[in-house]
Design a protein around this ligand. Structure first.
Ligand SMILES: Cc1cc2nc3c(=O)[nH]c(=O)nc-3n(C[C@H](O)[C@H](O)[C@H](O)COP(=O)(O)OP(=O)(O)OC[C@H]3O[C@@H](n4cnc5c(N)ncnc54)[C@H](O)[C@@H]3O)c2cc1C
Length: 307
């Protein structure tokens, strides 16, 4: 209860505090920070997907900068032989500004990824973007760009129907609960309804022969997914688990030890604020973090007395 109240006031928490308490979720500001993090993950048997933070962009020039940054990420992955692909938010490439521009950026990026034998995951954002994101994915596939996958959100009531609509493409899908709060007309709100929606969507995706990235830190769902994979006798390469950097790394270690593929989402860059807010809103210990960061500093002021 307290945590939920704190999550509601997060937007008024000073940015430096948000920055400090969310640092575990972000590799750093620079590509070399992301590269270092991916190397460390790879050394522990974990794959990665790199996200250039950029959802706060407001103009066309910034989309060019983000697209160029992703090309550098692909080059770095090649140069250092990293086991990583990339995850891209459509709004970071201009979905909210100019749909054609966004498509052109994705065409170029997916082309560059394929040339490098790599892969682009199109992240899914709030429900106002679902139709255009799925339509863009379909267009990319129709134009022969196949080194690309999408994300479906189990909390949306439309997801089972979207799986049916996409089935002819046998898409590579990341399945997650969905972080964006939508109206109850289009979204399951009850925790167990979301979990059941996730299981139903996972079964439907496997029924259509999709490769699924099972993106969750929910122990119950992970157990269900393992049960479904075992029951279907799926090959290790037919699916992978996915988790966010800084969230339940021990649970991830266990999955790797058990022989599952695990991919970690590694965000980096200067547009860190919105991503950090979302992660903190989901952190059950958020109240404690904010309290200890804020009050700990009040009790232990810095050398110049600043907070
Ligand atoms: C790889 C990956 C990619 C994703 N991509 C998208 C996307 O494209 N679009 C989208 O809408 N959503 C995306 N998400 C977010 C997802 O939709 C959920 O909001 C998020 O994963 C939390 O749901 P959960 O399934 O982990 O279950 P929850 O019930 O939220 O979490 C289970 C448990 O994990 C722990 N936990 C979860 N989050 C945190 C946190 N931030 N800090 C500390 N502990 C935590 C807690 O112990 C919690 O009880 C992605 C998630 C992952 C893992």
């Amino acid at each position: 209860m307290i945590n939920r109240a704190i999550a509601g006031v997060l937007p008024v928490v000073p940015r430096p505090v948000v920055r400090r308490i969310s640092s575990r979720y972000i590799a750093g500001a620079e590509l070399e920070d992301a590269s270092y993090t991916v190397r460390a993950l790879n050394a522990r048997g974990k794959l990665a997907t790199v996200d250039v933070l950029g959802e706060e962009i407001t103009n066309v020039e910034e989309t060019d900068t983000i697209a160029a940054a992703y090309e550098e990420v692909l080059a770095e992955i090649d140069r250092r032989h990293l086991d990583s692909n990339i995850s891209v938010k459509p709004t970071a490439l201009g979905l909210g500004l100019d749909l054609d521009l966004c498509k052109r950026h994705f065409q170029q990026l997916v082309h560059r990824a394929r040339v490098r034998d790599n892969f682009v995951r199109i992240d899914m954002e709030d429900a106002t973007t679902t139709d255009s994101t799925l339509a863009m994915y379909r267009d990319l596939r129709a134009d022969g760009y196949d080194a690309v996958g999408v994300v479906l959100q189990a909390s949306l009531k439309r997801t089972i129907s979207d799986i049916g609509d996409l089935a002819d493409l046998r898409p590579n899908v990341r399945l997650c609960k969905g972080i964006y709060v939508e109206s109850s007309e289009i979204q399951f709100r009850d925790y167990h309804a979301v979990q059941n929606g996730f299981v139903a969507a996972l079964e439907a995706l496997f029924d259509t022969g999709c490769h699924v990235g099972i993106a969750t830190h929910d122990r119950w769902l992970i157990e269900q997914a393992k049960r479904i994979v075992a029951k279907r006798g799926l090959d290790r390469d037919a699916y992978e688990f996915q988790m966010l950097l800084g969230v339940r790394p021990g649970l991830g270690d266990t999955l790797v030890e058990e022989g599952h593929r695990l991919r970690i989402y590694v965000p980096f860059g200067s547009h860190w604020y919105q991503y950090s807010l979302r992660r903190l809103q989901e952190n059950p210990s958020i109240a404690g973090y904010i309290a200890s960061d804020t009050f700990g500093r009040v009790l232990r002021p810095g050398r110049n007395g600043s907070l």
